[in-house]
Write a protein that binds this ligand. Structure first.
Ligand SMILES: [Zn+2]
Length: 460
């Protein structure tokens, strides 16, 4: 199978030029100016004139089919990866969860079953560790060998996911030996729990108290502590879904000292704010996620971090729950609202529209933040994350002039609201290839569920 993508503007993290890309089977075979290939020798020609040819987006933070607070995230690996493809994302790294008393192996098998036969694009897994015994430490090494090369730990959700500092430190030390990477949910869970209980005792039950009981300083403190523990263990660390400018200061300070501290932020922290929690009635529940949305005035600090590489990735933390029957569980108690929001489909358009078009980041930086840098940090590069001969043909033909009105009615995520409802963005996917197969064309999904593969990731 040979596909020729002609006359597009090929954009990577470092290049921008007009050219043609020849895809053979699953890989990019040839790139050149006006490739002279007889029509009879290709199966399909895609005219990309006036459009960008980008490496497919890589979203390293999604939660498909994830149990949380007595319910399960609304997208499974089929609907979630189809939605991702519509939005120009061709690979995700999702989170498998080890529950207490279980082995990592059991968690891996459970999540492999959720994805197999359903995913429409390639996927990998991070492993969430909620209990670190000696046996689990050994298992970490085995997982790294099997291509699950990153582990997520929680400093929040005491009694559910939270690990103590000693366990965190041990896990960090272990990655010094096995080459894995620790990803940290950095919020001070103990402090937050006290604030939540106090608010509820005072009858403060509305969604906005979710944000008011999770102060930015609790995120900054945990971020600082996580980096300090990694510094003592002499290993890199990656902070997930960084939302607060105060936490970014901790990352910036560490990086200025030369420490391998990395962090991602998400579109919701760039385009939504605390003000959304003040929407009437129970509407604020749409935005209940952890960490919460922050003050709009602080968003410029995140953009600066993205521009100057103190933040390396933009992921989504896609974790959708419907308002009906799911978010509603917390109608009388904000602490019972399932945490999370949809985002896997809207990331590329939002960041292009709100980042590149506004001049906050360059087009190359957009590619770097949404694809190349996540691929490098999480062991997918150069197989993914760039347009180069030999790389997987995960390619997005992106139309910089296509306008899209974001709405739950027209998007493909399986959730009954969208946090950006009615927002118009300019810049959207046109055609999407996943390992050489066209999966999105003329506004329709033309791929096949189950054709996405588990990707073994390498160590750093
Ligand atoms: Zn998450």
């Amino acid at each position: 199978m040979r596909t020729l993508i002609k006359n597009g503007t090929i954009v990577t993290a470092v290049d921008q030029y007009t050219g043609d890309v020849l895809v053979e089977d699953e890989k990019i075979a040839v790139i050149g100016m006006s490739l002279d290939i007889p029509a009879a020798n290709v199966d399909k020609v895609i005219d990309a004139a006036g459009k960008y040819v980008l490496p497919g987006g890589i979203d390293v933070h999604t939660h498909m089919d994830m149990p949380f607070g007595g319910t399960t995230s609304a997208d499974d690996f089929e609907s979630g990866t189809v939605a991702a493809a519509f939005g120009g994302t061709t690979a995700i790294v999702d989170f498998a969860i080890q529950y207490r008393g279980q082995t990592l192996h059991h968690a891996m098998e459970t999540w492999a079953k959720k994805a197999e036969g359903r995913a429409a694009i390639d996927y990998g897994f991070h492993m969430i560790i909620t209990e670190l015994t000696d046996q689990v430490e050994l298992e970490m090494d085995a997982l790294v060998r099997q291509g699950i090369t990153s582990f997520k730990l929680f400093m929040a959700y005491p009694g559910v996911f939270m690990l103590d500092d000693a366990s965190i430190f041990k896990a960090l030390m272990r990655t010094g030996k096995n080459g894995g990477t620790i990803c940290m949910h950095a919020e001070n869970g103990g402090v937050i729990d006290v604030l939540v209980q106090r608010a509820l005792a005072e009858g403060k039950t509305a969604p906005k108290y979710h944000a008011l009981t999770r102060p930015a300083r609790a995120e900054a403190e945990a971020t600082h502590r996580a980096i300090a523990l990694a510094e003592i263990a002499d290993v890199p660390i990656y902070i997930v879904h960084l939302s607060a400018a105060e936490a970014l200061e901790m990352v910036t300070e560490a990086r200025d000292r030369g420490l391998p501290a990395f962090a991602e932020t998400c579109p919701q922290y760039l385009f939504l704010s605390y003000d959304n929690y003040e929407e009437p009635g129970f509407e604020g529940a749409k935005y209940v996620m952890s960490p919460p949305l922050r003050d709009q005035a602080k968003q410029s600090a995140l953009w600066r971090g993205l521009a100057f590489n103190d933040l390396q990735c933009i992921s989504t933390d896609h974790c959708p729950f419907c308002m009906k029957e799911q978010k509603e569980l917390g109608r009388n108690d904000f602490s019972k609202i399932p945490n999370g929001a949809p985002g896997v489909e809207t990331r590329m358009s939002l960041v292009y529209d709100g980042g590149v078009r506004t001049g906050r980041i360059t087009l190359n930086r957009f590619v770097e933040l949404t694809s190349t840098s996540p691929a490098k940090i999480f062991g997918l590069f150069p197989r993914k994350g760039t347009i180069a001969p030999g790389s997987d043909a995960d390619i997005v033909v992106f139309d910089p002039n296509r306008k899209l009105t974001l709405s739950a009615k027209t998007l493909h995520m399986k959730v009954d609201y969208n946090p950006y409802e009615g927002r118009e963005v300019t810049g959207a996917t046109d055609t999407v290839l996943s390992r050489g197969r066209v999966v999105i064309e003329n506004g329709a999904f033309v791929g096949r569920k189950g054709s996405g593969s588990f990707v073994k990731r390498s160590t750093r």
